[in-house]
Write a new protein. Structure first.
Length: 254
């Protein structure tokens, strides 16, 4: 009998706690976040030097060579019910290139020259995405959050310059120019929010981001088709993003 009494007491306590959390006013907020973005799929893949050493060249290599990058964002939401709200995100991020040495070695063999040196800029990406936000209380001051956003992204590819030296003489550089495009984008993610004070909270979250711009890329300085030549790039620019943030909350009961 004593055991049943304890179980009934615990069940009543948990039910009361859930009702108490559920009655909290939703946490409307505006905040900033930032973190690391890990490229997925072809966007983060690369070709080996040996695969780029054809005298016929490598045309429209699908690999993006993108390293893990960094990003920062401004986001906020207004809750029209206890659990659901509408809001949006403005985000900017960059990605350096990896395995640039394979590009250089591929050009050396393809062009049959002594040495090459490859220099690059970065991928750059802006995104503006409104959407639905969800806030579920787990414990006092501790919530599970989620969001689904759709919008547009403006992405630009890196400028890649290959300087060529043969017999002590520098030839004309081969340049794959930067291109930019606006395309549809979406973001899906979830995380946790902890309320530090009545109006200040911290967030930790993970998101999946997707966009697929169809780039037309300019090339210059080519005398033949050898080496890596990319005139178009139509691959998803997708990533998993991990971030920490701080948010100012308002219209929430103590």
């Amino acid at each position: 009998m004593k055991t049943y009494s304890i179980l009934i007491f615990l069940a009543a306590s948990l039910t009361g706690s859930h009702v108490s959390f559920a009655q909290q006013e939703p946490a409307n907020f505006i905040g900033i976040e930032g973190g690391v973005s890990i490229p997925l799929g072809k966007f983060g893949d690369w070709s080996t030097a040996s695969s780029l050493m054809s005298i016929n060249g490598t045309v429209n290599d699908p690999n993006g060579y993108a390293k893990a990058g960094g990003f920062g964002a401004l986001n906020g939401a207004w809750f029209f019910s206890r659990y659901f709200g509408i809001g949006g995100l403005i985000k900017y991020g960059t990605y350096n290139l990896k395995h640039v040495d394979s590009l250089s070695q591929g050009y050396e063999e393809s062009f049959d020259v002594d040495t090459t040196r490859t220099t690059t800029t970065d991928y750059k990406m802006w995104a503006v995405m409104p959407g639905l936000y969800v806030d579920l209380p787990l414990a006092k001051k501790f919530d599970l959050t989620a969001r689904g956003l759709v919008g547009i992204a403006h992405a630009s590819t890196p400028n890649i310059t290959v300087s060529i030296e043969d017999g002590g003489v520098f030839d004309q550089s081969v340049v794959q120019g930067s291109a930019s495009k606006i395309a549809f984008a979406f973001d899906l993610g979830a995380g946790f929010r902890y309320q530090v004070t009545h109006c200040l909270a911290i967030d930790a979250r993970a998101d999946y981001f997707y966009t697929k711009p169809d780039f037309t890329i300019p090339n210059s300085g080519r005398n033949n088709n050898a080496g890596r030549e990319v005139s178009s790039y139509d691959q998803p620019l997708e990533s998993v993003n991990f971030s920490l943030g701080i948010a100012y909350q308002f219209k929430r009961k103590k």
